[in-house]
Design a binder for this molecule. Structure first.
Ligand SMILES: NC(=O)c1ccc[n+]([C@@H]2O[C@H](COP(=O)([O-])OP(=O)(O)OC[C@H]3O[C@@H](n4cnc5c(N)ncnc54)[C@H](OP(=O)(O)O)[C@@H]3O)[C@@H](O)[C@H]2O)c1
Length: 265
């Protein structure tokens, strides 16, 4: 029996990067996976590849801009109508990293945009799926957070603060919804994705020192290193585990991340 047999998982931002890895890992364990992101080309390609590689699960793409509350809620309703329920919600979508900026120079619009996707969209989705999970007496919510926020890395105030708001929401949901069998945990990953490759190109020496300080000397693979943790948290085996932040980062959080370059005043 697969760990996520007959579970329905809704994963935002699963067309690429970490979310795509989680979607593939979930499908390998028998889940039906709904990929909710904006690019039709990328989302369709990811769903098709999953259906080809993991016939034991299945994947569908639903074009969704999670920053549009109405649209997000309509998509969640459609999923329940079509698949009967949502057993697992993964809030993973995040806007592309903008240029690093000093806190005092950061445009408020940028902070709003990050907050809308990283925090409000997760909140809206959680509020929407909760009644169904409560009625069923079980549910799994997994929120993707970041060491950036935990350790307050410099020059990314909007990202850091929206991700830390999401971690506070994670613990609040765990505290309020545990009695209904609904768990809520945060994963802080470190994985090779497009934003990491951009960072390597922008600051190669800083990127190398991140790898040098990582106990495992590498960043993870979204499917094979981050996926198994998410599968476990989504599974029945994790029914008594809630309110946690788990770092899936090869131990990178232990030594922290060096931030070598400076920005002008
Ligand atoms: N990679 C890491 O090492 C790392 C480290 C710490 C935390 N994280 C966290 O892990 C998660 C995934 O990161 P990643 O590196 O995989 O990011 P990524 O490669 O940039 O992927 C982001 C995903 O979010 C989607 N997205 C962006 N805006 C959206 C919107 N408004 N509505 C719906 N979907 C949207 C994108 O698809 P579209 O553009 O097509 O919509 C894409 O599928 C994020 O929450 C991030 O904060 C990652």
């Amino acid at each position: 029996m697969k760990q996520l047999q007959s579970k329905v998982a809704f994963i935002t931002g699963a067309s690429r990067g970490v979310g795509k890895g989680l979607a593939r890992a979930f499908a390998a364990e028998g889940a039906t996976v709904i990929i909710a992101s904006r690019s039709v080309e990328a989302g369709t390609a990811t769903a098709q590849a999953i259906n080809r590689d993991y016939p034991q699960g299945r994947a569908a793409f639903l074009a969704t801009d999670v920053s549009d509350r109405l649209q997000l809620e309509e998509v969640l309703e459609r999923v329940v109508e079509e698949y009967g329920c949502i057993d697992v919600l993964v809030n993973n979508a995040t806007p592309s990293d903008g240029e690093p900026t000093r806190l005092e120079n950061t445009d408020f619009g940028r902070i709003e945009q990050l907050t809308r996707v990283n925090y409000y969209a997760a909140l809206w989705a959680m509020q929407k799926v909760f009644p169904g999970m409560k009625a069923k007496g079980s549910g799994r919510i997994i929120n993707l957070c970041s060491l950036n926020g935990v350790n307050a890395h410099r020059f990314s105030v909007g990202y850091n603060s929206s991700k830390e708001a999401l971690r506070a929401l994670t613990r609040t949901a765990a505290a309020e919804w545990g009695r209904y069998g609904v768990t809520c945990n945060a994963i802080c990953p470190a994985a090779v994705t497009e934003p990491w490759e951009t960072y390597v190109a922008m600051a190669p020496e800083a990127a190398q020192s991140i790898l040098d300080m990582n106990p495992m000397r590498r960043l993870g693979d979204s499917e094979d290193d981050i996926g198994p943790l998410a599968v476990f948290l989504a599974s029945d085996a994790a029914r008594y585990i809630t309110g946690n932040t788990i770092h899936a980062d090869g131990g990178g959080h232990i030594n922290g991340v060096p931030w070598l370059y400076e920005l002008p005043e």
